[in-house]
Design a protein around this ligand. Structure first.
Ligand SMILES: *[C@@H]1O[C@H](CO)[C@@H](O)[C@H](O)[C@H]1NC(C)=O
Length: 427
């Protein structure tokens, strides 16, 4: 029983190939003074939630199939057509599409178990204008972009959508959707306020878990998970199994523990402190890995994205904020003999994470680590979906820097740096 999490981690978390950019030495060789070679396991799904690692974490969330980032398509039963945001957003919502695709897909922002904002392809939010027409024009959601999903008893896929004015959306014609249907319904195929939903994608990351439960319950669920999923006996087992290091993914909100911004909850810092204590006791090294950066550096759930959008690095503020997180981690653990490395950013995805913003950040992040320690390695992960070697020259200019590339050779026959095997693949 106790072995299960570790086993999962060994199998499912491909350890990135570590190649020191420092005079061509491998990280293993450089660390040889103390130990012959780094043989590490990544403790994925512990301090940064990844639903596939432990799906049961989500079991207690009401309407847990309607979490942040869930992508829904709505077919009007009366019109037998899908709702669409014309041009992907910026104008009207219509009900005339025979086949659903991007413009017919709506991403949820969850307010509570029944109340949501709907984000369209072009990132606008669905709302109701003053004439009662349903449009997708708002760039941030407010009260007129807040809807209630009412599910039919006994058939969760059949829904009605209650607008802020208390009335229901209906597709009276194919050309427009209006917020003016009364409460009455027979849920029949002739009712223009009834829609059948397809759920085409979902995310199960830290954002979904915390916002799904709400702060109080999320704190309880996560503290339980942090306390039990990886324990001191796992560190003892890891050490006795011939490994000599662990990689620990953390999220940016750990730097504002115990009271991080909503919806994240505090407590992972204490778990990381414990990990250092155990690592020191069992003579293991730790690679602290910033796995989720503010704004999200990739669209996968393990970057703690709300809805799959990737905004890290698009503004200097997110870079500055991320450097502060690195500074915090380096300063806190610099004195620990177990601090082997700080990894600056897991799996930044090209082209959203630009080479320019990434190298700017790596330079600043490197300096932040060096302010506190001259010996810890600084890991600079390569961009997913880009040339693995593009950072080789850059990283080579720093002392004790490590280029991190991910080979997913356990998951598919083909090497898949350019296209990770699934949207939810871990790194
Ligand atoms: C959800 O939020 C809406 C809007 O703020 C509120 O009217 C409703 O009572 C809430 N429902 C629950 C179950 O908390």
């Amino acid at each position: 029983m106790r072995l299960l999490p570790l086993l999962l981690l060994v199998i499912c978390s491909p350890w990135p190939l570590l190649q020191s950019a420092d005079a061509g030495r491998t990280l293993a060789e450089a660390g040889a003074a103390r130990r012959p070679r780094v043989r590490a396991v990544s403790l994925g799904g512990w301090l940064v939630t990844e639903g596939w690692v432990k799906p049961s974490l989500f079991d207690g969330i009401p309407n847990n199939d309607l979490l942040d980032g869930t992508q829904l398509q709505f077919k009007s039963v009366a019109r037998n057509r899908y709702l669409a945001a014309e041009q992907g957003g910026g104008g009207a919502i219509v009900a005339d599409r025979e086949q659903p695709s991007g413009w017919e897909t709506f991403k949820l922002w969850r307010i509570n178990e029944t109340t949501f904002n709907f984000r369209v392809f072009g990132n606008q939010f669905v709302g109701v204008d003053i004439s009662g027409r349903v449009v997708a024009t708002a760039t941030t959601p407010g009260p007129s972009e807040t809807f209630q999903l009412v599910r039919r008893d006994g058939d969760k896929t059949r829904v009605r959508i209650r607008a802020p004015n208390g009335l229901f959306l209906q597709a009276k014609t194919m050309d427009s959707v209006t917020a003016d249907h009364s409460e009455d319904t027979n849920w029949g195929d002739d009712d223009p306020s009834v829609f059948v939903t397809n759920s085409v994608a979902h995310l199960q990351g830290e954002y979904q878990l915390c916002n799904g439960y709400g702060i109080r319950k999320a704190r309880q669920v996560l503290r339980d998970h942090w306390r039990t999923f990886i324990t001191e006996s796992d560190f003892s087992f890891i050490a006795s199994s011939g490994l000599n290091a662990v990689r620990i993914p953390v999220g940016w909100w750990i730097a504002s523990d115990p009271r991080p911004p909503r919806p994240f909850v505090g407590g992972s810092l204490r778990a990381l402190d414990n990990a250092f204590r155990w690592a020191e006791k069992y003579n293991l090294d730790i690679i602290v890995d910033l796995h989720a950066a503010p704004g999200s550096q990739n669209p996968y759930e393990h970057s703690a994205t709300r809805d799959g959008s990737q905004e890290w690095g698009t503004r200097d503020e997110s870079i500055a904020q991320t450097v502060q997180v690195i500074d915090f981690l380096a300063s806190r653990y610099a004195e620990s003999p177990s601090l082997l490395a700080v990894s600056l950013l897991n799996s930044p995805l090209a082209p959203g994470a630009t080479l320019r913003s990434l190298t700017k950040y790596y330079r600043l992040g490197y300096d932040a680590v060096r302010r506190h320690t001259r010996t810890a390695y600084v890991v600079m992960p390569a961009r997913l979906a880009a040339d693995d070697t593009e950072l080789l020259g850059f990283a080579g200019r720093f002392s004790r820097a490590v280029l991190d590339v991910h080979y997913y050779n356990l998951f598919s026959a083909a090497r898949s740096i350019a296209s990770p095997p699934t949207r939810t693949s871990t790194s």
